[in-house]
Ligand binder design. Structure first.
Ligand code: PHE
Ligand code: ZN
Length: 899
């Protein structure tokens, strides 16, 4: 399945490329395995009893069988009880162990040892604090035992764990505990059996001094499921929100998709050292503490929402990922895109659908759009990789979710459900492809979705350009759309996509106009979906009473950039009156974007603006008005208003310009914030007074929305230099009763030269010295400061006793926040930000290539930058590339960036 690549990369590269086109089913089935672990921090021994069965339909005579393995010390190996001899029967190779004359069938028993304490890559079996845990996706199981480590190989696992009862009182694995007991010498054991055949990447083991929070869920067919959240004793009081989110998820999946949980127990373990957010191991999820633990004093509204979403995401994987899994890793989006879509729909149902949707789109534009336009752009279903860990990307996850959402938009909720039902009916218990999913959607609805397949195979963000014409005589209105997609690495030319454009028409005074396409018998009232499938296509509406304002891409119905020359008046009407909340928000963002891009244009050299353009003033005034009168206006939503007042992000703005000058974008955005804060100071202060919470903290969407609007007002006022607001921020940063308000105030305050700034930061650190997750926030808040001394502060903080370069949360909180969230300073013209990041990448790569490869991303899009920065960024990429012993994870990203 792997060949040395000679074409796509510089000649110096020795990277091994895996290609989708080379897929071959496994030579062997391994239907069952019994594993025994003698767990120990420094030396764990693993015995694997594996049933081997050759697949004669695939196997070619004379072939050897490669069992994957990495960093394993082989202690013994037998086949049918006979010891195997190295050289004659097997060979150790860099990727594992090769059985030279593999039998038709037989029992293979291997014993290996591993050192969890030395595993800082956090893949395989590793130590986190004083617990031991595993991470096997994507290819970590091979670091535990020799195995055919690929997702299309499903086996039934029985696992015996043996460990010191004092050090590891709790012993967990997938499935049900079928036996446990004590042993001589202070040891004890537990045996776990998982009846569901699964790929190795869903395997998990956890051992340690853990306590559980327990609850129950009764499925709609009446089965009782034990729910257990395992944490350190000190954290047990913070699991309530996670548990509630889990129960909501279980009920939602039954209601919306008819999907019930299948085992009698569902366990979640929170660990402090984790490369990602969480992992959906069958019956035994392992979570980053960040997505489990919350209470009002330590977690923000955003944390509460993140927990709800990630708990749901991992739970939903039980069907979309575990019961039906991926044939190969190219199909990763089959489970991830679908499961992100499912968790987004869940969050929309639990909270405000419009607010959720806007949040999802903001995230997509800030992270996925740049990825799709840069040197590591890849299709939702990539066709080659060097290191699969580099493909857990915003494209696979978030654009993948948009692709799934488009089925939902094209087929309707009922049609989508029919497709899901057929998918499970056909594929339960199988490892399948994105094509299988698309076929289920098409067949269940009797439609042809072949063109839709291009969303999986073509990278890049399509651009849709719209022109229109109203004919007063015939009362017809014609929309003409053209689509194109920029070239991406390896894909110079694109074929047209099938793009669903959800839309409606408005009158000049904002009324909804009915829509009737030529050839249709009657008009429709609400949003309708146009299907753009050609490079250029026209849609003509009849009986249109007046020249309409088109509302296009409602709900962000496709992951594209849509361009039309709306007038300022049209945007104002859409922002005020469109029936679709997303479209209202989008119209306002377009107003803001226009001003920001004009201000940041390098051709318009001049002092920063101090006034507000009328378009922006009108928008802000209209947004604030419902909240500043005697009573709050009917239907006014504070959360939505907060989103309308949030200016487009710098990463998104950078996507819209041909050459990026990050300092200019930053300055333009700051100047506009400041101008809004000054001009609307009175209204913003009224909002602060109105939405100051007095009762106990509630993590509901409504309460979070009020806090969001209030803290947005505070941010704008502080940006405007309002002294009352700065004093308020200082108080709130010291004394707010909940972390949402406290952190928001601290975030505003760290930009200022307030005399108490450092004292307040220090007090915050002292208050939470024992709380790793709050300390992460403390590092982040300083890394995001707009003050000019931030890089110096960040560099100093690397030496702070609470900082831990081996802990991914800490590295992301300090280094990652600075390089991705503080664009102006990361891109400082003296190159200091680039040098800092390269140093951190090189240091991190020495022990955790996966973390380092994620860190390096901000250096990759150097070709989009102004000439001075290009050279500086390139030089740092070169320096990284030349580092001896660089991981293949970082090598792949850096070589793609330099190609
Ligand atoms: N599969 C996990 C999820 O998205 C993510 C993950 C990937 C976690 C690889 C760890 C390692 O739910
Ligand atoms: Zn996932």
């Amino acid at each position: 399945m792997t060949v040395a690549d000679s074409s796509a990369l510089p000649p110096a590269s020795t990277q091994t490329v895996t290609r989708l086109a080379d897929y071959r089913p496994p030579l062997y089935r391994l239907p069952s395995v019994s594993l025994t672990f003698w767990l120990d921090r420094q030396k764990t021994t693993v015995e694997a009893r594996i049933r081997l069965e050759r697949d004669e339909a695939v196997y070619r005579p004379g072939e050897s069988l490669l069992l994957h393995g990495g960093k394993l010390a082989l202690e013994s190996l037998t086949l049918e009880g006979e010891p195997l001899m190295e050289g004659r029967d097997y060979r150790l190779v860099p990727d594992g162990l090769e059985l030279l004359n593999p039998p038709v069938a037989g029992e293979l028993v291997s014993r290996v040892s591993i050192d969890p304490s030395a595993n800082l890559e956090l893949e395989g079996l590793y130590a986190s604090g004083d617990m031991l845990c595993t991470q096997c996706e994507a290819e970590g199981f091979r670091k535990i035992t020799y195995w055919l480590d690929r997702p299309d190989l499903l086996s039934v696992y029985t696992v015996k764990l043996i460990a010191s009862a004092a050090d590891y009182p709790v012993l967990l694995a997938n499935g049900n505990c079928i036996e446990h007991g004590t042993m001589p010498g202070g040891q004890h054991f537990a045996v776990w059996h998982d009846p569901f055949p699964k790929p190795a990447y869903l395997f998990a083991v956890v051992a340690g001094q853990l306590v559980k929070t327990a609850d129950r869920f009764t499925t709609r067919s009446g089965r009782t499921v034990d729910l257990e959240i395992w944490t350190r004793a000190a954290d047990a009081a913070k699991t309530g929100h996670a548990m509630m989110s889990l129960k909501h998820s279980m009920a939602w999946d039954e209601q919306v998709f008819g999907l019930e949980y299948d085992l009698d127990i569902y366990m979640i373990v929170a660990v402090g050292d984790f490369n990602m957010g969480a992992m959906e191991n069958k019956g035994l999820n392992v979570f980053n503490t960040k997505y489990v633990l919350a209470d009002p004093q330590t977690a923000t509204d955003l944390d509460y929402q993140g927990i709800e979403a990630v708990i749901a995401h991992e739970y939903f994987h039980n069907w979309t990922g575990n019961r039906v899994t991926c044939r190969d890793w190219f199909q990763l989006s089959l489970k991830e895109g679908l499961t992100v879509f499912r968790d987004q729909q869940f969050s929309a149902d639990m909270n405000s659908a419009a607010v959720q949707r806007i949040g999802n789109v903001r995230g997509l534009r800030a992270v996925q759009f740049p990825e799709d336009a840069g040197p590591t752009a890849h299709p939702v279903r990539p066709d080659s990789y060097v290191e699969i860990n580099n493909f857990y990307t915003a494209t696979v996850y978030n654009k993948g979710a948009e692709v799934v959402r488009m089925y939902h938009t094209l087929l309707g909720a009922d049609g989508f459900r029919r497709g899901m039902d057929l998918y499970f009916q056909r594929h339960d218990g199988q490892a399948v492809t994105c094509d299988d999913f698309r076929a289920a959607m098409a067949d269940a609805n009797g439609v042809d979705l072949s063109q839709f397949g291009r969303w999986y195979s073509q990278a890049g963000t399509p651009v849709v350009r719209v022109t229109d014409q109203y004919d007063t005589e015939t009362k017809t209105y014609t929309l003409t759309m053209t689509q194109s997609c920029p070239p991406t690495p390896g894909q110079p030319v694109k074929e047209p996509f099938l793009i669903p454009i959800a839309m409606g028409l408005l009158s000049a005074d904002g009324q909804t106009l009915p829509t009737q396409l030529t050839g249709e018998a009657t008009a429709q009232a609400g949003t309708r979906v146009l299907r753009l499938s050609d490079v250029r296509q026209s849609f003509t509406f009849v009986n249109v009473a007046e020249a309409p304002i088109p509302s296009l891409l409602r709900g962000f119905s496709a992951p594209v950039k849509l361009e039309r020359a709306w007038t300022d008046a049209e945007l104002a009407t859409l922002a005020a009156h469109d029936s679709d909340a997303f479209a209202r928000w989008e119209a306002g963002q377009t107003v803001l974007t226009r001003v920001l891009l004009a201000d940041a244009d390098p051709a318009s050299i001049g002092p920063a603006r101090t006034d507000l353009p009328e378009t922006v003033a009108n928008l802000v005034a209209a947004t604030l008005a419902p909240f500043t009168g005697e009573t709050v206006g009917a239907g006014a939503d504070p959360a939505f208003a907060a989103l309308c007042l949030a200016l487009p992000g710098e990463a998104y703005l950078a996507e819209l310009v041909p050459v990026v000058y990050p300092d200019r974008l930053h300055a333009a955005r700051n100047a506009l914030r400041t101008a809004i804060g000054r001009r609307y100071a009175d209204d913003l202060l009224k909002i602060i007074a109105r939405f100051t919470d007095t009762g106990p903290f509630q993590p509901t969407a409504e309460a979070a929305g009020r806090r969001a609007l209030r803290n947005t007002a505070l941010d704008l006022l502080v940006a405007g230099g309002n002294s009352a607001a700065i004093a308020l921020a200082a108080d709130q940063a010291k004394a707010a009763g909940n972390m949402t308000d406290r952190l928001a105030a601290l975030t505003a305050l760290v930009d200022t030269d307030h005399p108490e700034r450092s004292a307040i930061l220090e007090a915050f650190q002292a208050d939470f010295a024992e709380d790793a997750l709050v300390l992460d926030k403390w590092f982040t808040v300083q890394a995001l400061s707009r003050r000019a001394d931030t890089l110096a502060q960040v560099t100093a903080l690397l030496g702070h006793p609470a900082y831990d370069a081996k802990n991914p949360n800490k590295v992301r909180a300090l280094v990652g926040s600075f390089t991705t969230g503080n664009r102006a300073q990361f891109h400082a013209l003296d190159g200091s930000g680039y040098g800092f990041l390269a140093d951190q990448v090189i240091a991190t790569d020495g022990f955790n290539g996966k973390l380092a490869a994620r860190l390096v991303a901000p250096l990759a899009p150097w070709k989009k930058m102004d000439p001075a920065r290009q050279g500086l960024m390139r030089a740092e990429l070169d320096r990284i590339r030349k580092t001896p012993g660089l991981s293949k994870d970082v090598t792949e990203i850096v070589e793609k960036a330099l190609a």
